[in-house]
Ligand binder design. Sequence first.
Ligand SMILES: [Zn+2]
Length: 299
Amino acid sequence: MTLLEFNKTFKTEKSCRLHFKKVRDKEGVICKKCKCTYHYWLQYKEQYQCKACGFRTTLRSGTVMEDSKLPFKTWYMIMMLMSATKKGFSASEIQRQVGHKRYETIWNIVHKLRIVMGKREDLYKLHDIIEFDEGHFEVETSKRVKGNLKRGKGSQRQKQVAVMAESTPLEDVKRNKKSSHVRFFKMKVLETAKSEDINETVKESIAEKSIVLSDKATTYVDISKYVETHLTEKSGKETTVSTLKWVHIAIANAKRNFLGIYHKIKGKYLQNYLNEFVYKLNRRYFKSNLFDRLIVASV
Ligand SMILES: [Zn+2]
């Protein structure tokens, strides 16, 4: 969706609300009390009423907008801005664009949407042949470290991130060229760099019948228990440019993206930033639909 189309379609608060209802109707409303999925719409109240138990659900309840008093239009503008470009915007830039007084409010919404993006990604596991490696991301810790005299300034440290990519080797017989085709990615912050953490991440992210390619890190010893085959290769130049090509490209791009947009990233929010990056990366071929998809994910 272009800015021009957005302005035409979502001119008023009412048009945004009606659109949100339409998307929710289509995705389905689940009663919080009895889990029933059949509802009446009470026009005059602007609420759903459960056909089984009579429990009422507001238009926002159960969606990402629950507990928010901000107009639908502001939410829509934020979702539009977040899906408008491949690179994305910082919360302060979004705050400036939508003209809202409080930075914290906008920051909260942007992060809620990043969490939504992550949840959407967690619905799917990676399949077939998967490149697996770790990236080290610079983050700022909020803890004060001994010897750091500047008040409020956290210390820099690194967080390990498991990066995975579905990568299919291709051989162009006519041109006699070997390459690989990449589909979906995942990036997960590792709380520790221990093998238990790696195992848990592999179990959650990769389908059992997959083949995993990685280097020979000692923490990867158990990966083969969770997938069909685990192939390792000694880390070297060849690994970086060929076997684990796509994960390395993704890591480099994510780092460049974060450096360019965000002043600094706190360790505990790194996963949210990765969510947005991966969400867009995995939808790189559906550019114009990104906005519609984000609304569907948010209901
Ligand atoms: Zn009910």
